[in-house]
Design a protein around this ligand. Sequence first.
Ligand SMILES: [Zn+2]
Length: 143
Amino acid sequence: MGLIEMASGKSIWKGIDYCDKKKVISWECVGAYEYHGLVSGSDGAIYDVHINKEHPKKSTCTCPFAEGRRVVCKHMIALYFTAEPHAKEDFLEEAKRWEAEEEARELEHYHDLEKYVKSLSKSELQDQLLDALIQLEERRNYW
Ligand SMILES: [Zn+2]
C-alpha cells in the first residue's frame, strides 16, 4: 500500500492544498524512496516530516495528528506532492475519473428510477407515494 492509499481523503485534499500554497519550506531526497522536509502547519508551527514511499508506515511527522502513530497526515502528502508533482497530477486525474464514473452511476440510477415509476399503474403510484410520504414524515420526527 502506498502513501496515498494509506491516507484519508481529508488528509489528501488538505495535503494538496498545502502543496499548492507552498507550505513545504524545504525538502530533500534522502534515499531511493525517501524524502525529508519541513512543512509549516496551520498554527504557524513547523513540522519535521519524513516520508518513505516504499514503507509508508515508516513515515513520520511531528504534528499532533501523526506523532507516535502510523498514519499518513496532510504534511506527508504535501511533502510527497511537492517532491513529485507528477504524482499529484496522477492523483487529480484519477479523482476526476472517479467523479465522472460516480456521476454516470447516479444518472443511470435516476434513469432506472424514472423507468420504474413510469411502469407503475395509478393505484400502485398512489400506494408508493403514500408509503414514501409516511417514511419522510417518520424520518423528520426521528431527526
Ligand atoms: Zn503531520
